[in-house]
Design a protein around this ligand. Structure first.
Ligand SMILES: [Cu+2]
Length: 455
C-alpha cells in the first residue's frame, strides 16, 4: 500500500513540473540532435522533420508531446490543415536508448479525445494506449502521462488509438527510435541514419483539409507529410554506410525502390533481422503498419532516385476518372468542349508527360501532379519520390544539399544520330509461337451461382 501511495505522489510531482513543450514551425530537415544527457548514441535524421529534445529528471527521460491542429506545408505552395504534435505532422521523432526509463507527457489540444499507442514497444499493458481497453480517453485540455522502459532496440512509431480513422487521416503519427545500449551483434554502426513515415491524405485540389472518411482512395502520397519536390534529398558521403528506417501508416502497401545500389533489410517491426535472413534487394514492400530498416554502402556517386514503385504514388493530386487519350487527336475536341465548359483542358494525347511541362491553370493551394525540375528538365514525378545524393566531397556530418550531380564526361545517355536500319517485319501470323489448338469455337457451360438444381 505504501508503494502505491509513493508512486501516486511521484506522479503528481512530475505533473506539477510538466516540461515546456518544444514546438517546430517549419518542415525543414533538422540536423541530427546530439544527446545532451544520458548514454551516447548516433542520432537519426528525420526527413523534413526533427527530434524532440528531452530532459532528465531523476534518471528518467521526459518528453512532452502536444496533440494539436497544425498547418503542414506539403510542398512550397501547398499547405494542409492537419492534426499533429508540437506544431507539425508527423510529430517529432523520439530517440532513446535501450534500457532508458521514459516518461511521456501527452497534452490534448484537439477538439476531441485522443490517446497514444507506442507501436511495437514492450511495455506495461496500461501504457499501450488503446482507448477504452488500456486507459480512458484523454479529454480535450487534459494531460496524461505514460511511463515505461524502452526494453528493446529498434524502429518504432506512435499514433493515436482513439477515433483512429479520423486522427490518422488527419496526420497524427510520429517516429520512435530506440538505440542499442551497447554493441549489438545484429546492429551495425552506420555513418548516416535516416527515418521517415509513409503517409497519405485525401485533399481536393484547392482545399486545405483532408477528407477523413476516405478509406482507400487517397490522392496525396507523402513521406512525412511532404510530396516531391517538397521532400528533401537524402545526402550522403561516398562510401558511407547508410541506414534508412521507414514506417508505413497509410492504408496500402508501398514497394520502396532505391536506384544504383543494393540494400539489406536489417530490421523490421520485431527488431534486428538475423543475418542469415538478409538478402540483397533493390525494392522492399512495406505493408500497412510495418516498419523496415534498409542498409547499404553508398559507393556509387550520383543523384539516385528513391521512390515508391506504385507509379500512381509518385504523382500528386489528380482527377481519377480521366479517360486514356493516348493517340487521340484533341486539338479540335478541346476547342469544342472549351466552348461548352470554360477552362477545359485536353490531357495527354502523347501520354501524360506533356503535363509535367504544361502550364495548367491550377486552383490555389495544390501542386501539379507531376513536377520538379532536374538538371535535364522536368522530372515528371510527385508524391513519394526523393533523391539519394552520393558525393565524394560531402563532409562527414554535412546534410546540406550539394546541388545536382556533375556527371563525368561520357557517362550520360546520349542521342543516337547514325543511320536507322529498316525495321524487321515478322512473318505470317502465329509464326514462331504456339499454333492454335483448334480453329473451332469453344463450348462454355454457364451455371448460375446459387442454383442447386441438377446436382
Ligand atoms: Cu506507394
Amino acid at each position: 500500500m505504501a508503494g502505491v501511495a509513493a508512486a501516486a505522489s511521484v506522479g503528481r510531482a512530475a505533473l506539477a513540473a510538466l516540461p515546456e513543450p518544444v514546438i517546430e514551425s517549419t518542415a525543414v530537415t533538422r540536423p541530427p540532435l546530439q544527446p545532451s544527457r544520458g548514454r551516447p548514441y548516433n542520432p537519426v535524421v528525420t526527413l523534413n522533420g526533427w527530434t524532440l529534445p528531452f530532459r532528465m529528471k531523476n534518471g528518467v527521460k521526459e518528453f512532452h508531446l502536444v496533440a494539436e491542429p497544425v498547418v503542414r506545408e506539403f510542398a512550397p505552395g501547398f499547405k494542409g490543415n492537419l492534426w499533429g504534435y508540437n506544431g507539425q505532422s508527423p510529430g517529432p521523432t523520439i530517440e532513446v536508448v535501450e534500457g532508458d526509463k521514459v516518461r511521456m507527457f501527452v497534452t490534448n489540444r484537439l477538439p476531441e479525445v485522443t490517446s497514444i499507442h507506442w507501436h511495437g514497444q514492450r511495455l506495461p499493458n496500461g501504457m499501450d494506449g488503446v482507448t477504452g481497453l488500456n486507459q480512458p480517453a484523454i479529454p480535450p485540455g487534459k494531460t496524461y502521462v505514460y511511463e515505461f522502459t524502452a526494453r528493446r532496440p529498434g524502429t518504432f512509431m506512435y499514433h493515436p488509438h482513439a477515433d483512429e480513422m479520423v486522427q490518422m487521416a488527419m496526420g497524427m503519427m510520429g517516429f520512435w527510435v530506440t538505440h542499442p545500449r551497447q554493441q549489438n551483434p545484429l546492429i551495425d554502426a552506420v555513418d548516416r541514419d535516416f527515418c521517415f513515415l509513409l503517409n497519405a491524405y485525401d485533399i481536393d485540389p484547392g482545399s486545405y483539409t483532408p477528407k477523413i472518411m476516405t478509406m482507400l482512395d487517397f490522392n496525396i502520397w507523402s513521406w512525412n507529410s511532404r510530396v516531391f519536390p517538397g521532400i528533401d534529398p537524402l545526402v550522403v558521403r561516398k562510401n558511407d554506410k547508410v541506414r534508412i528506417r521507414i514506417g508505413n501508416l497509410t492504408m496500402t502497401n508501398h514497394p520502396i525502390h532505391l536506384h544504383g545500389h543494393e540494400f539489406l533489410i536489417t530490421g523490421t517491426d520485431g527488431g534486428p533481422t538475423p543475418r542469415s535472413t538478409r538478402q540483397y534487394e533493390v525494392t522492399t514492400d512495406i505493408a500497412v503498419g510495418q516498419m523496415r530498416q534498409i542498409e547499404f554502402l553508398a559507393d556509387e556517386e550520383g543523384d539516385w532516385a528513391f521512390h515508391c514503385h506504385k507509379s500512381h504514388h509518385t504523382m500528386n493530386a489528380m482527377g481519377h476518372d480521366v479517360p486514356t487519350m493516348i493517340g487521340v487527336r484533341q486539338d479540335d475536341l478541346a476547342q469544342k468542349i472549351g466552348d461548352l465548359v470554360p477552362g477545359y483542358m485536353a490531357m495527354g494525347e502523347r501520354g501524360m508527360d506533356e503535363m509535367s511541362t504544361m502550364r495548367m491553370p491550377l486552383p490555389e493551394n495544390t501542386v501539379p501532379m507531376m513536377t520538379g525540375e532536374g538538371p535535364f528538365g522536368a522530372v515528371g514525378m510527385g508524391g513519394m519520390f526523393s533523391v539519394v545524393k552520393v558525393r565524394r566531397n560531402q563532409r562527414p556530418g554535412d546534410y546540406r544539399d550539394p546541388g545536382w550531380y556533375t556527371h563525368p564526361p561520357g557517362t550520360v545517355a546520349y542521342e543516337y544520330t547514325g543511320p536507322m536500319p529498316e525495321a524487321q517485319k515478322g512473318g505470317a501470323p502465329g509464326k514462331g509461337s504456339m499454333p492454335r489448338a483448334s480453329a473451332g469455337e469453344a463450348t462454355v457451360t454457364v451455371r448460375k451461382p446459387g442454383s442447386h438444381s441438377g446436382h
